[in-house]
Design a protein around this ligand. Sequence first.
Ligand SMILES: [Zn+2]
Length: 437
Amino acid sequence: MRSFTARELAVNVAGIARQYPAFRLRPFLPLLRTQQYQLRALRRLLAHAERAVPLYREKFRKAGVQARDLRSLADFAHFPTTSKDEVLAAYPEGALSQGLVAERCLVSKSSGSTGQVLEVVHQADQLSLQGLAMNRLLSLYGSYWPWDRFVYVYTAPYPAHSLLGAWPMHFLPTLAKAAELVRQLEQLRPTLLACYPSHLRALAEELGPKRCKALSLRAISVSSEASSKTERAELGAMFGCGVYDEYSTEELTRIAAQCRYGEYHLFEDVAYIETLDEAGRATEAVGEVVGTYLHNFAMPFIRYRQGDLARISVGGSCPCGYQFRSLSELVGRKLASFTLPSGRVLSSGFLLDASYSFLLDIGADLAGFTITQEAVNRVLIELLPGKNFRAESSEHVKQRFLELVAEPISVEVQLVSTLRRSPAGKHNPIVSKVPRL
Ligand SMILES: [Zn+2]
């Protein structure tokens, strides 16, 4: 993702300054006030989508609903849900707002747990909410001062590095070796760290207990991969600080995050989240997470089926004071890991990042992929080529994967015309046929 231009940065900073006081206060207000905010935001988004985004105009027409029908949050259930496949099929013309200027946009790629690559387009000067949500996330763990340094281990850098010098953020790539990450961390001395759980484990191993504590981190935020409560507690004890899970996606941005009491609070004013049963009705039991990101008018995601499962519970009882509803029993982020001949384990997060690296580093144009460990020393990579796929990319993908694995295994790359799916229609990008010991 490119950085902001000076103008985009200025517009976003002005947006942050304008919205900051209300955004900061909202989690503590009675939920009714937040629901009024959600209703206003949804009305605006639906009216825009109906007017300017062919995908939704068509879906609303077929379902016999109009944006102006939305008079209460309960009415929202009459609007159709949207799948990733529908967005992929409509993209770009049908899924983007008409009249969007490409040069003014930022594009991120969502590979996620479904393995099909979706581009998520944002208008670059309309990203103040993402800055605010990041600030809220890090404030959940205690005080977060403008001079506190934040390091994030991620696939690509954010488009800004600070807010006019305050709240500095440093990017480290997920594919860097643990030793290199350690070197950077010991040099940067951050107050806060965000990374995948698998990276945190690798860091803990590389550092050993003494140097873990010597980093003097205030809190660590983990995301993208499933991590257990026990695991986070163990890692927290090693680093001498809290380790908190967070749930976000490219499409819906920040969905929920653990506060320092361990409760997963929804970010109600960022994305409107519902859980639906198999018949598509709202459920209080564990259901499919369906979300509407309230702030992306360039490429709206409306009642978007995220594919994960969770239960929503009423909030208001957490000692942190948040009145937002909470997410519990979050499941569905579990993918296979590969155990190599040496016994080394490649986590699903590492493997997903390997796939990002095919896209980012070697510029292979892919519409999807499946990486299957056929036997302990044999991996099959199936590539669904994109429109501009070049034949030599297959070899590049193979070489890149071998570099990442750094062990003598055989890798075969095949081009496919469709992705394999489970009976429920889900595609799993990381598959292991090696029985677990
Ligand atoms: Zn809380």
